[in-house]
Design a protein around this ligand. Structure first.
Ligand SMILES: *Cc1c(COP(=O)(O)O)cnc(C)c1O
Length: 418
């Protein structure tokens, strides 16, 4: 096979930006997920709010609503070495999401809550019209304790699902890939989750969890590679961001485009958010997927549309990266088929650049980010050095920072020194 320049660059671990080769080429029949479905998912979050407020004292103040701030980051603009103007730079700080400390509080939490709801309805603990606060009572815990949730993860998904499941009283079995950080496993052990460590990569951990779950009828497997519920949880972020931009008086239309930089692992989080944003803003929003140079699985899939089994290893890449949240060798086929035509561009970024941004963002804004979460800054730099964007003066850039606030101090200091 003759490789294109782009494929060669990927193979050579170069940091790149490219417009999406599949933009607007619908691969599969149009999906059934539109604004009505997103609003239903948002309604589920609202129904659950009283339960979350009751389970988690940290959520009392927001009455059980889990949302992250949109933070002005104009002081960071000077840090970009580009000639194109950036006038509006914001951070969508999912790193600050309560309880989980990462974007997984959207997808992961949503799926666990939906599962808990289905059990509670089945056991007639409540109806959909009742106050869901009942889900945080000893009676509900007793019912939940008959069930077990399993998941495979590089760290953050397992962490978020384990914490929420245990708080509700569900058993949790978390399969972690070799990338997972020790402190996440320790926290999970402390709350009574069973943590199973694997020597292999993310795909191996997911496969092991899937296999375990298939042998136990009272278990529920959260399938990060194939879950529509995770995807739905992520889509609702678009409705929340729309509200935040509106309340700041930030206009988004063709003359005022919105650029969103989304760190991507298997694709669920950036995919759900992209799909949601396209329903809200249409072509006025430009969604850029960002991946490490060693693990650009979604881009590689886009370069091989007919090969769902293609992996980063096929390009001679290691899948080893300091961005542990994105150490995923193969894209989700489900998500790829749903949204590959909606992504505007792909960027790949180096570990060195991500680590440099960890320091910069902390110095400038005192925001604690894990390396994955800073990849969007490196991507923005990459985009602006590669191409001219339309309406540069009036464009709003939003870098989605996906995790980090719960990192232990020692861990974070180590990152700052590296
Ligand atoms: C999970 C995660 C991502 C990527 O989400 P996917 O659904 O795997 O694409 C990015 N950053 C962080 C910090 C994450 O935890």
């Amino acid at each position: 096979m003759i490789e294109t320049k782009l494929q060669e660059a990927v193979r050579n671990q170069q940091a790149i930006y490219t417009d999406n080769p599949c933009l607007h080429q619908q691969l599969n029949p149009s999906s059934q997920i539109g604004l009505p479905e997103m609003r239903q998912a948002e309604a589920r979050w609202q129904r659950f709010a009283p339960a979350l407020a009751r389970c988690f004292p940290a959520l009392a103040e927001t009455q059980g609503i889990i949302e992250s701030p949109l933070i002005a980051a104009h002081t960071l603009i000077d840090q970009f070495k580009v000639s194109t103007p950036i006038n509006q730079l914001w951070i969508k700080a999912d790193s600050e999401l309560p309880i989980a400390g990462s974007i997984k509080a959207r997808g992961g939490f949503y799926e666990v809550l939906k599962f808990a709801e289905s059990i509670a309805l089945e056991h007639e603990l409540m109806t959909q019209e009742d106050d869901y606060g009942v889900l945080c009572t000893p009676a509900a815990r007793k019912v939940f304790s008959q069930y077990r949730i399993l998941v495979g993860s590089t760290g953050n998904l397992g962490f978020s699902i384990g914490l929420l499941a245990r708080t509700l009283g569900l058993h949790a079995e978390i399969h972690m890939s070799a990338d997972a950080k020790l402190w996440k496993k320790q926290r999970l052990n402390e709350v009574g989750a069973v943590v199973i460590e694997h020597q292999g990569d993310y795909c191996k951990a997911v496969a092991a969890a899937r296999e375990q779950a298939s042998q136990d009828p009272l278990s529920y497997f959260v399938d990060d590679e194939r879950s529509l519920d995770l995807f739905m949880g992520y889509t609702t972020a678009a409705l929340r961001l729309q509200q935040q931009l509106q309340s700041l008086g930030i206009v988004v239309d063709t003359d005022h485009p919105l650029y969103v930089y989304l760190p991507c692992g298997v694709g669920g989080a950036p995919g759900g958010i992209t799909h949601g944003l396209k329903h809200v803003y249409g072509d006025a929003v430009h969604c850029i997927f960002v991946q490490p140079t060693q693990a650009p699985c979604f881009l590689i899939r886009a370069l091989n549309v007919d090969n769902p089994d293609v992996s980063v290893y096929d390009y001679g890449l290691s899948n080893k990266t300091v961005a542990d949240g994105m150490a995923v060798p193969m894209a989700s086929d489900l998500v790829f088929n749903l949204i590959a035509h909606e992504i505007d561009g792909y960027a790949t970024v180096t570990d060195t650049d991500m680590l440099a941004w960890v320091k910069t963002v902390y110095q400038q804004l005192q925001l604690r980010l894990e390396p994955s979460a800073t990849s969007g800054f490196a991507a923005l730099q990459q985009l602006l050095t590669t191409k001219m964007i339309a309406h540069p003066d009036s464009a709003t850039h939003v870098v989605w920072t996906t995790g980090g606030s719960l990192m232990p101090e020692a861990e974070f200091q180590r990152l700052l020194r590296s």
